[in-house]
Design a protein around this ligand. Structure first.
Ligand SMILES: O=C([O-])C(=O)C[C@H](O)[C@@H](O)C(=O)[O-]
Length: 320
């Protein structure tokens, strides 16, 4: 286990990097380091590697471990690195042990897909995973798995369960969950698709940290949005949402899976060389790719992606 402090302060911007591939399909370690620099330089306070935006469902156990190790080396102690664990108990336990060996600080526990909604079964599943885990665990609710109040209270008592990522944006449920947990060690974060869209609403419930897939492709904008968010500048956030986020969401919603595929394509369009997504994620059509290019150009972010210090010396800010 890494000895990096796992404390995720309130109001953190969390990075979920895409997984870069070489031409032969192997993990592109050098590109991984470049991406880490970009995300950290624009304000990511933790990196969740090989998670949703990182194509978790498309990676082998070895690849996931390699990704975590590469990211831990690239971040060199500047931020905690989270791996992923999931897809059934034996697999999840194996993933968390591999993440620990690779130096991760914690893991994001993906819902076991194809599973029941029955709360006692959900409780038992995550308790067993936490019991077996050498690392702290962040729960993740979306799709098939959400945590009832009692389930969450019981899980939050476990010393290795440290937080909850919400992928639902279900305000009523989330408010009840936030109100139920009084442990300052337990953190909630907004991990909805294109999380900026929900940031103002969920921020007002006290869920003030969020994961940003946009930080991969338009880090300059994601940083500016986060500055407005931290300043509670609702007018600026509304303008950014209308002018930048919603046009992206319109593209994203054209095809299931585009929340990841278009992020990766956007990085490629900005010279990131991260390769294509793996199936079953969809390859963007030519028309959607061109529209994505136009979206980038509309906000003057069709320039090469660079870590912030390099980019600042080369060009000005975002024109929105
Ligand atoms: O593992 C995941 O679900 C994610 O990749 C989360 C994303 O960063 C999501 O919050 C987004 O699309 O902004």
């Amino acid at each position: 286990m890494s000895d990096i402090d796992l404390t995720i302060p309130d109001r953190s911007l969390l990075g979920f990097p895409v997984t870069p591939y070489e031409d032969d399909g192997s993990i592109a370690i050098e590109q991984l380091a470049t991406q880490s620099e970009v995300l950290l330089s624009y304000g990511a306070q933790a990196l969740f590697v090989g998670c949703g935006t990182g194509e978790v469902q498309c990676l082998s156990l070895d690849e996931h471990e390699r990704l975590v190790r590469g990211s831990v080396e690239a971040t060199a102690g500047r931020a905690p690195v989270f791996g992923a664990a999931g897809f059934g108990l034996p697999n999840a336990v194996e993933m968390v042990h591999r993440a620990a060996r690779a130096g991760a600080s914690a893991v994001l526990a993906f819902p076991p897909y194809m599973s029941s909604f029955h709360q006692p079964a959900v409780l038992s599943y995550y308790q067993q995973l936490a019991d077996e885990s050498p690392l702290p665990i962040v729960l993740y609710q979306r799709d098939g798995i959400v945590f009832g109040r009692e389930t969450l209270l019981r899980l939050a008592e476990h010393p290795r369960v440290v937080g909850l990522k919400d992928g639902t944006g279900a305000v009523e449920m989330l408010q009840a969950q936030v109100n139920a947990i009084h442990d300052p060690r337990f953190f909630f974060f907004n991990g909805t698709p294109t999380a900026e869209l929900f940031a103002p609403a969920l921020g007002s419930l006290g869920v003030s940290s969020y994961s940003s897939a946009l930080l991969n492709v338009v880090p300059e904008f994601a940083e500016q949005f986060n500055t407005a968010f931290l300043a509670d500048d609702t007018e600026t956030m509304r303008r950014y949402t209308t002018e930048v986020v919603l046009p992206f969401v319109e593209l994203r919603d054209r095809t299931a899976g585009y929340a990841v595929s278009l992020i990766k394509e956007g990085v490629n369009l900005r010279g990131g060389s991260v390769g294509p997504v793996r199936g079953p994620l969809p390859t963007p059509t030519r028309r959607d790719r061109e529209d994505l290019r136009r979206w980038l150009a509309s906000i003057d972010l069709d320039t090469p992606l660079r870590p912030k210090s390099t980019a600042d010396s080369e060009r000005g800010g975002v024109t929105v």
